[in-house]
Design a protein around this ligand. Structure first.
Ligand code: ZN
Length: 315
């Protein structure tokens, strides 16, 4: 039995809202994408007393009408009926299963919930999502539907917000995000990624910070501070979506940067601190993470939640 943290019990402290479902697991087995990571992050947050079991909000699957704000009807039908072509399945790079599709819809619902919670409370973390390689009519790179784009599009359509910024610090370029919002002046897309890595074709974001192979903490953090500050000074978002990939880590199997665990913690603190200084709420998604030791990936994601709590003043 784990005691509920007194700090988190305090009504005076602004809580960082956490969103999670056991059904986020994409049911991928021994795939390089460790799809059990969501549950392991959830469990470690409790184990480290950063959260109590009752602190997690359970998302509902995204409504199809919201999914259609981003994706085509034909693609949605193929996903729901298991009729993707061989080529489409190969491009998705994860095996098809009804659980995978359910998890994708649930992750999008989680990001919608995170956005609403962030607007109400300052920071919310979806312990899932960040499927930034999904395009309107196809999925790729482990990403079936684009949870962040769906959430942003819904809030814009409802006029809950008028301007959003995506801050994508996954090691891989946010190609789906850049493509989806290319002609939308209400959304500012910021991607900081390894240049010589997937995806080969990188549609331009509003700001692309292309990093050299082997980029280390000092250079990375310097570039992040400069470019993010500049972006936040030129565009005042009503909401930031932070795509907090764990794969810039030096031990990542699909990444070629050289960031340490401490460097990634500092990365997260910079994002939350700058957002706070600019008065912008932040919704977080986890995105990628393929460390040789999956425990490192879990620690990086837990570290993102810890950094959020530190900056929000909860811990
Ligand atoms: Zn990635």
């Amino acid at each position: 039995m784990i005691a509920r943290s007194n700090v988190l019990n305090s009504p005076l402290m602004p809580p960082v809202k956490l969103i999670y479902s056991d059904n986020y697991d994409l049911n991928l087995g021994s795939h390089v994408f460790p799809s059990t990571k969501y549950k392991r992050v959830h469990d470690k947050l409790i184990q480290e007393k950063l959260a109590a079991p009752g602190d997690f909000l359970e998302p509902q699957p995204a409504d199809d009408r919201d999914v259609l704000l981003v994706h085509t009807e034909e693609y949605m039908r193929k996903l729901k009926t298991g009729t993707l072509s061989e080529f489409e399945l190969a491009r998705l790079e994860i095996p098809y299963s009804p659980e995978m599709v359910n998890a994708a819809w649930l992750s999008a619902g989680g990001s919608i919930l995170a956005a609403g919670q962030a607007l109400a409370h300052g920071i919310a973390v979806n312990i899932g999502g960040g499927f930034h390689h999904a395009f309107p009519a196809h999925g790729e790179g482990f990403c079936a539907i684009h949870d962040v784009a769906i959430a942003v599009s819904k809030l814009l359509a409802e006029e809950t917000i008028h301007h959003a910024m995506t801050v994508d610090l996954d090691v891989h370029h946010g190609n789906g995000t850049a493509y989806i919002f290319a002609r939308n002046s209400s959304v500012f897309t910021f991607s900081m990624h390894q240049e010589n890595n997937y995806p080969l074709d990188k549609p331009p974001s509003d700001v692309d910070v292309s990093l050299p192979d082997g980029c280390e903490d000092e250079q990375y953090l310097h570039l992040l501070r400069e470019n993010l500050w500049h972006a936040l000074s030129s565009f005042q978002p009503d909401l930031i979506f932070f795509i907090a990939g764990a794969d810039p880590y030096k031990e990542d199997q699909l990444g070629g940067l050289n960031l340490t665990l401490a460097g990634l913690q500092e990365r997260d603190r910079i994002v939350f601190s700058m957002a706070k200084e600019k008065g912008a709420p932040v919704a977080v998604t986890l995105a990628g993470g393929y460390a040789r030791d999956v425990e490192d990936t879990i620690s990086i994601h837990v570290g993102t939640v810890r950094a959020a709590m530190q900056v929000a003043g909860v811990t």
